[in-house]
Ligand binder design. Structure first.
Ligand SMILES: C[S@@+](CC[C@H](N)C(=O)[O-])C[C@H]1O[C@@H](n2cnc3c(N)ncnc32)[C@H](O)[C@@H]1O
Length: 249
């Protein structure tokens, strides 16, 4: 039998998500909405021709060499990394229910993990405005979200026609506070579809705090974890500026 734990207050936590998740109480989270680093390993850490144009300085994603102009990708979030954080989640969830942004290369790992653990999965698509056009490939006008869930996590009714569409339309954030900031409206949609007021939303890869902002706007509680000092500060500042709607706070 599961003893549900109650998280009373929203929290932003600076630190490594594996350690922090290990300390969170069991069966305390209603929903995960998160956006872990993507995986660029198929290029073996090097950019393809043409992609160099995106990179003219050091960022969280790129190492730029001023002398040679060479740019290397820093982030390689592989199957092993994915399994490490996902393995922490079944202990925390009241029922498995997670929306996870990922790149195309990572979809098989998330899906495989779900199947191995007896969960269901669905692939959702964020159709975003087109950036760079390459006439020899399919357009890069989509990002992917894997939903991992189990029975008993049916979606809440929504009052718009797109209710259960797997295709989401949203503009990319124009003036990003951090390089990979996602549109708040997408996080809000997932939270509205899959929690009730007062529910607890976990984002173990918080970045600039978008999931927490969405949760706060909708009167849900959040646990947000971020290990980059600058991004953590951005998230803190954003949340201070957000109105708190719910009566239970
Ligand atoms: C793709 S970004 C999230 C962006 C976020 N959705 C937003 O709208 O700003 C992923 C974040 O995960 C953080 N991160 C990566 N590994 C982490 C870890 N082990 N623990 C905590 N945060 C981590 C990175 O610093 C980065 O800010």
């Amino acid at each position: 039998m599961r003893y549900i734990n109650t998280i009373k207050e929203s929290r932003l936590i600076f630190g490594d998500n594996l350690q922090v998740m290990d300390d969170l109480p069991a069966y305390s989270i209603d929903l995960i909405v998160t956006d872990p680093p993507y995986c660029f390993s198929k290029h073996n850490g090097k950019l393809e021709r043409g992609e160099n144009e995106k990179c003219h300085s050091n960022t969280s994603l790129y190492d730029y060499n001023d002398d040679t102009g060479e740019c290397r990708i820093k982030v390689q979030f592989t199957k092993a990394d994915i399994y490490k954080w996902l393995d922490m989640t079944p202990r925390l969830m009241k029922k498995m229910n997670a929306y996870i942004f990922c790149c195309e290369d990572q979809i098989p790992y998330y899906a495989e993990w779900a199947v191995e653990h007896g969960y269901k999965f669905a692939i959702l698509v964020w159709e975003k405005p087109l950036g760079i056009i390459n006439k020899k490939r399919f357009a890069q006008n989509a990002e992917f979200i894997v939903r991992i869930y189990e029975l008993g996590t049916g979606l809440n009714a929504m009052d718009d026609s797109e209710m259960y569409s797997r295709i989401l339309h949203a503009q990319a954030v124009r003036k990003k506070l951090t390089p990979t900031q996602k549109p708040c409206e997408i996080m809000e949609r997932f939270i509205r579809l899959s929690t009730r007021e007062g529910g607890v939303v976990l984002d173990p890869f918080l970045g600039s705090g978008t999931t927490a902002v969405a949760a706060q706007r909708l009167g849900r509680k959040y646990i947000g974890i971020e290990n980059n000092e600058k991004f953590y500060a951005v998230a803190e500042n954003r949340l201070k500026g957000e109105p708190i709607q719910a009566s239970f706070f």
